[in-house]
Design a protein around this ligand. Structure first.
Ligand SMILES: [Zn+2]
Length: 232
């Protein structure tokens, strides 16, 4: 086994205190997706969209990586082959835990994007529709987040990785958001062994050959320990 591709979702950051779509108390519960996470929403009400992402950014800055993020960073350091993390998360907890090979398919709270010229830069903690693009001076800055209806980032890296993975592992995803929900089936068809690590079975659970259910800090650390023990 030489290549491990790992898809992570909100479930891996939940124990760091960052809410998931499904939390009844979380930030997401207070807004409809179509009001805060689509290009149309931003056109209609940029103040609301910025306020929503400013709140999420403030939460993410306070959050700390947990044992599951740290276990994946350890795996990348110690595994003899290649480890790629494809994350749906917009926090930077994988990087802060020490992972280096990370694709943020849904963008990043830490980054800003100019709608006018496409320039990207480090976002301030609080973004505002009046912010000026440092490259073209347009007042058209938005969070560098892939919204519903937009094309995810990194597809040029993700597709070849899925095609050549020996092991595909999905961690903390509910299997409701495409294209990521199709990755397990795709990588399995291309010859990868597929493993699900989740709090509870995902909607597409049958796409996986192996399942471990429980909190991410427990099932991910145990799984990484098994993989590293098995390569000796
Ligand atoms: Zn610009």
């Amino acid at each position: 086994m030489e290549k491990i591709v790992i898809l992570t979702g909100a479930g891996i950051s939940a124990e760091s205190g960052l809410g998931t779509f499904r939390d009844e108390q979380g930030l997401w519960a207070q807004h409809r997706i179509e009001d805060v996470a689509t290009p149309d929403a931003f056109t209609r009400n940029p103040d609301l969209v910025h306020a929503f992402y400013n709140a999420r950014r403030a939460q993410a800055v306070q959050a700390q990586p947990n044992a599951a993020h740290e276990a994946l960073a350890l795996l990348e350091r110690e595994f003899s082959g290649e480890v790629l993390i494809i994350t749906q998360n917009v926090d930077d907890l994988h990087e802060r835990a020490g992972s280096q090979n990370v694709v943020h398919m849904h963008g990043a709270l830490k980054r800003a994007l100019c709608h006018a010229c496409g320039h990207r830069w480090d976002a301030p903690l609080v973004m505002d529709k009046g912010d000026e693009c440092p490259a073209c001076q347009a007042h058209a800055t938005r969070p560098d987040i892939v919204w519903f209806g937009e094309i995810p980032y990194g597809m040029e890296l993700i597709d070849p990785a899925l095609n050549t993975a020996d092991l595909f592992v999905s961690i903390g995803t509910s299997g409701q958001v495409y294209p990521a929900a199709a990755y397990a089936q795709h990588s399995r068809r291309m010859g990868a062994r597929t493993v699900e690590l989740n709090l509870e079975p995902a909607e597409h659970s049958r796409d996986f050959e192996e399942h471990h259910y429980g909190p991410a800090t427990e099932v991910v650390t145990a799984w990484v320990a098994d993989i590293l023990a098995g390569q000796v």
